[in-house]
Design a binder for this molecule. Structure first.
Ligand code: ADP
Ligand code: MG
Length: 404
């Protein structure tokens, strides 16, 4: 790892430093429901403040359509950031217009401004390199140096991640360094037994990571919506549960390869089957091969792993020295189907070694279930980015900072 560090930028006292953070927090009615990403950005921001830099924070929030949209304003984030930093944060009503220029001009040494949502500008995520470069040049005009610290976006070739890093003297922030240290420990000689737990909604999202990790792990535990594609590949009926029929052949291939490699793919032996997708649904526990054997027949929905499976998964996790978990075990957003996810989170807190939670929904799930961040070895702020790293992909936002 040869990422350019903050020190490589020299003294930043009095300099305007633009910092790309990932402050893409979940909001409900304008209120932040999980401020994990804001908190994760603090070490870098405090380091810059303490040096007397003039700190200009930029981020995206949600997926607005390249134009201002009040639903995706970063204004609530500015307030939370100010509370967490314990000092005022000037909020600019635009990203590269007169609002941003005035906000930056008003900064004294050690002051902080947050600019409005990057994605209110079509250039941020444009497919055209010229458009991205033009937008990055406007951002670059606001500052003397660039610090990239939005780990959740380093797998994206976007203006504020990639082109901006080329337009100014640039370096990686402390969050990116910390995330990479952990991901390196998962890929370079992880301490055995090494277990990967995968869940979430789609197999197709996780195929790359299964493919790359299969030869490296001792056990692969499969839960969440993707378990049904595995059960179907074994010839079981899965009712109306999530099923990706176009992935059945790939999944069969993985099962065969795992056997050849001596890797244990652990599939659920029991499942929670529900009458409908709702918190007040009727539900029962059924063996994995008898999902349709309920009053609801083929319309029954598998929404969580069963208690026997949860216990078995927890046992494998506790006996491991390295564990990476991505993807909730069930539809944890509905209380009756959060049990499997809770059991896996609990077991992860008891790992004698490194236990890592990766993925936006997975991180939100453990916090929503009442776990504290420091109960885990690490909670990654980037879902897609950590998966792509573990898939062995080149990440443009890191390469541009000197990483190879
Ligand atoms: P992450 O963001 O951590 O990578 P994903 O986005 O892959 O996780 O998946 C999270 C979603 O998977 C959650 O919204 C959860 O409700 C859903 N999910 C988990 N189990 C099931 C299931 N059995 N059926 C349908 N959806 C599921
Ligand atoms: Mg997700």
């Amino acid at each position: 790892m040869t990422l350019r560090t903050l020190e490589s930028l020299g003294s930043l006292a009095g300099k305007r430093v633009i910092v790309r953070c990932d402050l893409n927090v979940p909001l409900k009615d304008g209120v932040i429901t999980d401020d994990g990403r804001v908190r994760a950005s603090l070490p870098t921001l405090n380091a810059l403040i303490n040096q007397g830099a003039r700190v200009v924070v930029v981020s995206h929030l949600g997926r607005p359509d390249g134009a201002p949209d009040a639903r995706y304003s970063l204004a609530p984030v500015a307030q939370r950031l100010s509370e967490l930093l314990g000092k005022p944060v000037t909020f600019a009503r635009d990203t590269v217009g007169s609002g941003a220029q005035d906000a930056v001009a008003s900064l004294g040494d050690g002051d902080v401004a947050l600019l409005e949502n990057l994605r209110f500008n079509p250039g941020e995520t444009s497919k055209s390199e010229d458009e991205r470069t033009a937008f990055a040049a406007k951002l670059a005009a606001l500052a003397d140096a660039f610090v990239s610290d939005g780990f959740g976006v380093v797998h994206r070739k976007q203006a504020s991640v990639y082109e901006l890093a080329q337009a100014l003297p640039s370096a990686a922030g402390l969050l990116i360094q910390a995330e990479l240290d952990v991901l390196d420990r998962l890929t370079e000689n992880p301490e055995a037994p090494y277990t990967v737990v995968l869940g979430g909604s789609k197999v197709s999202d996780k195929l790359g990571v299964i493919d790359h990790l299969l030869p490296r792990v001792n056990s692969l535990l499969i839960g969440g919506g993707m378990l049904f594609t595995f059960l179907a590949a074994l010839g079981h009926k899965v009712g109306s549960s999530l099923l990706e029929s176009d992935q059945l052949d790939t999944v069969k291939e993985y099962l065969t390869r795992a056997e050849q490699l001596g890797v244990e793919i652990v599939l659920p032996t029991d499942v929670v089957v529900a009458s409908k997708f709702a918190a007040d649904a009727e539900h029962v526990v059924r063996p994995a091969e008898a999902i349709e054997d309920t009053d609801w027949g083929a319309s029954g929905l598998g929404l969580d792993i069963g208690p026997e499976t949860a216990e078995r998964f927890a046992g494998v996790i506790r006996a491991s020295h390295t564990v990476f978990w991505n993807g909730p075990m069930g539809v944890f957003e509905l209380a009756p189907f959060a049990t499997g996810t809770r059991a896996i989170a609990e077991a992860l807190t008891q790992v004698d070694g490194l236990g890592v939670v990766g993925g936006g929904d997975s991180a939100a799930a453990v916090r929503a279930l009442g776990f504290a961040d420091d109960q885990f070895g690490h909670i990654s702020t980037g879902g897609g980015a950590s998966l792509e790293f573990l898939e062995g992909k080149r990440l443009p936002g890191l390469e541009v900072l000197g990483w190879q």
